[in-house]
Design a protein around this ligand. Sequence first.
Ligand code: SAM
Ligand code: SF4
Length: 345
Amino acid sequence: MRSNANLVDQFGREKRKLRISVTDRCNFKCQYCMPEHPEWLAKKDILSFEALYIFCELMVEQGIESIRITGGEPLMRQGVVHFINDLSRLRAKGLKRISMTTNAHYLAKYAEGLKRAGLDDLNISLDSLDAKQFQQLTKKFLQPILQGITAAQAVGLKIKINTVLMRGINDDQIIPLVKWGMAQKVSVRFIEYMPLDGDALWQKDWVVSEQDILSTLEKEFQITAIAQDHEPAKQFVIQNLNDAVKENFSKQTYKIGIISTISNPFCQQCDRLRLTATGELFTCLFSDQGLSFKDKLEQYQKNKDDALRNEIIDTIKTVVWYKEAGYVSKQRAPLRKITMHAIGG
Ligand code: SAM
Ligand code: SF4
């Protein structure tokens, strides 16, 4: 029987987190993400911030507690800081957290405004500390990203680092990034490369698995797994081997995360939903299709008709109910054109 909880799927997974992509455009060309020749969405097809706010409000009323703004590169969409300011009003309706995932290229400029607008935290993509390797991977410079991280820390924004590892490309960065993260007091999360790259070049051989990452870290660190708690990343407390034998291990609090979607998917715990910049709702990163709410939201924006509002909510609930098991049962790339830079990671 269908559960009475507002946003729950057929496997009993309640939805508490919404990721919204505000643009498919990006100034980076990460090898694992962007196609060689991107075809950007037309501006007319992008959901306005007004319609997006309506969607977020409905979702918060249905139990969403966390909203993450992503892209493309979210800091490339004009008005995003103002939008976060608006979203903050939804805290009165139960929204607990507003976050952003960014490549941090423009972060130094926006950090203070983001904090003032009510952003709680940032996930920053950083795949290499080697300037040359970083440039090969992203086609951009490393320095602005490090400056952005410093600026965000200075205004008190919480930060996590996201690192996608590719075998033979940046897997030599595992230990340097962890040492850097310890020194900067920033947690690093390693992400297994997923079959969601723009040109569909993904191969399993290129995935640096959770086990590979742990084996590399074990050479220099003592590692203890800790509870996962609805996060896609498995958490580990780590400490330098030399310190570990000398000191009381429980005092150490530096944590890293590993998102092992390919080798060990966390689908059974998934509490997320995703909206693309065109207003298509996807219940899973690997769904073959989404459902567009753009027309209905724009219609509702104009006439604020209660019957239409109820229709939108009912449709959302039905879409959520039919959320599939996920990558855990699929084990393949989705059969759709929309890849990571459009769905938002
Ligand atoms: N531009 C922003 C950024 O890079 O942080 C936000 C959008 S990006 C699509 C969101 C996240 O998806 C990033 O952490 C990125 O590293 C990750 N990502 C992109 N392509 C991926 C892939 N093929 N496999 C795993 N993670 C991927
Ligand atoms: Fe742009 Fe983010 Fe994709 Fe890199 S991962 S190309 S920064 S959208």
